[in-house]
Design a protein around this ligand. Structure first.
Ligand code: NAP
Ligand code: HSE
Length: 433
């Protein structure tokens, strides 16, 4: 049986897992791949650091470009984190004809167009299963398992940290600040907290799923992104009373007739009878609706050493099979004319709106008038007490409304003298796209 040399740039949480299982599972993996996968060299920043896996010093380097330029390396796993150095290493490895595997969602999202173009030009291949939804094989499922389909709707819980925080807030009736402290102590929150809490990590993964399903890159400037910091305990409880759970959701839609796609990230009310409403703690979940297959749902661990190493090893076996058999599958599942991007203003869905208002006669009529003026139809309306007796919370859900109508209505509500602070607007998942 032929052998392929694997280099791992980055021996941290994920890299050490990959190295460990390549050693422990070498027999079965070799059989499945039709070639032996040899853990050959690795790059680290600190040669003195104590690690879970013991690797002879002769196999280590502090320069990941050494791996990209080593003619003995067949497959390079980029598992360092960051963006610029991984991009440089990935491009060099592809130019040198190596297969590259990465878990780096930020790099793929920012430089995917350039990297996949380099892979196509050089005939090398770039694999990215571990970049999105950790241990869930979502890339393979969409690209290969659902190849017969187009995808009118994909939505997912793609950030384990936010899901953990929202789940515990709701379950234990504790504030965002209290639970985020625990999430930090458990090492769940990324060093740059904004990536998790402000929705950017979810947005990176949403852009990757949009490329996977529709073959088009959506930049971060083109994608509306909102995190979970403004969601209060009360919102979680009120949403539940109305029949919803709040999840940080990436939603990617494709209107098949107009061939327009749209992707965004928001804390979203999910009807509680949907599977993803009940995906809790650090778990990720993805719902993929294909025009032929209907809805399919995937749940699993979105991060951590074992789930992420599992996804990297999926790619390692695929890369070995591809190299040994000269196969090059396209990196995404799309065919036909590239889709255009829909305008945010035209996106329609129901909304949840929380207002704090003066609790006196006429206020409700004013608010109803503003909503009616913008042709926003209220579905449910509930008044909740506020700690100041002369104020109250108004919680409402709307029927399907365009983003433009809703934005204009909220702007006028904010200007109304009865409204005491900035309203909170959350989206409600619309599965009827
Ligand atoms: P990590 O624990 O911080 O490990 C990073 C590794 O890269 C370390 O071994 C570090 O060396 C090495 N490294 C960093 N900069 C380097 C440089 N300039 N030269 C040489 N080596 C360098 O990161 P991780 O959690 O394993 O994540 C790796 C990648 O997987 C990231 O892109 C991340 O977004 C992605 N990912 C991670 C998870 C997860 O659960 N952790 C899940 C999905 C995706 P030292 O050890 O010497 O410092
Ligand atoms: N910060 C990410 C999360 C790690 O919480 O899901 C996995 O990509």
């Amino acid at each position: 049986m032929e052998s392929l040399n694997v280099a791992i740039a980055g021996l941290g949480t994920v890299g050490q897992g990959v190295w460990k299982y390549l050693v422990e599972q070498s027999g079965p993996l070799g059989q499945r791949a039709g070639g032996n996968l040899i853990p050959y060299r690795a790059a680290v920043r600190d040669l003195q650091k104590k690690r879970e896996v013991e690797i002879p010093a002769s196999q280590l380097t502090t320069d990941p470009m050494d791996l990209a330029n080593d003619p003995q390396v067949d497959i390079l796993c980029e598992l360092m984190g960051g963006v610029e150095l991984p991009r440089k290493v990935t491009l060099a490895a592809l130019e040198n004809g190596k297969s590259v595997i990465t878990a780096n969602k930020a790099m793929i999202c920012e430089h995917g167009a350039e990297l996949f173009e380099a892979a196509e030009r050089t005939g090398a291949r770039l694999y990215y299963e571990a970049s999105t939804a950790g241990g869930i094989p979502i890339i393979k499922a969409v690209r290969e398992g659902l190849v017969a389909n187009r995808f009118p709707l994909i939505y997912g819980i793609l950030n384990g940290t936010c899901n953990y925080i929202l789940t515990r807030m709701e379950r234990e009736q504790k504030s965002f600040e209290e639970i985020v402290g625990d999430a930090r102590r458990l090492g769940y929150v990324e060093a740059d907290e904004s990536l998790d809490l402000d929705g950017w990590d979810t947005a990176h993964k949403a852009a990757i799923l949009a490329f996977l399903a529709h073959g088009r890159w959506i930049s971060m400037q083109e994608m509306p992104v909102e995190g979970i910091r403004e969601v209060t305990l009360d919102d979680l409880a009120w949403a539940k009373e109305l029949g919803y759970r709040v999840k940080l959701l990436a939603v990617i839609t494709r209107h098949l007739e107009s061939n327009c796609i749209f992707a965004d990230v928001h804390p979203t009310l999910v009807p509680e009878d949907l599977v993803l409403a009940n995906v809790d703690d650090v778990f990720n979940g993805v719902s993929v609706t294909g025009n032929i297959v209907g809805e399919t749902t995937y749940i699993g661990r979105g991060a951590g050493q074992n789930p992420t190493a599992s996804a990297v090893i999926t790619d390692l076996v695929d890369a070995t099979i591809d190299r040994l058999n000269g196969v090059t599958l396209p990196p995404h599942a799309s065919y036909g004319p590239a889709p255009a991007l829909a305008e945010l203003d035209d996106v329609r869905r129901p909304f949840y709106l929380r207002l704090r208002v003066a609790d006196r006669s006429g206020v409700l009529a004013d608010i109803a008038r503003i909503m009616a003026h913008h042709d926003v139809s209220i579905e449910q309306l509930v008044q909740k007490p506020y700690r100041e007796p002369d104020q109250a919370h108004l919680i409402m859900t709307t029927h399907c409304t365009s983003e433009r109508q809703m934005r204009d209505a909220v702007r006028d509500l904010e200007a109304d003298h009865a409204v005491q602070c900035k309203p909170l607007l959350l989206r409600i998942l619309n599965v009827e796209v």
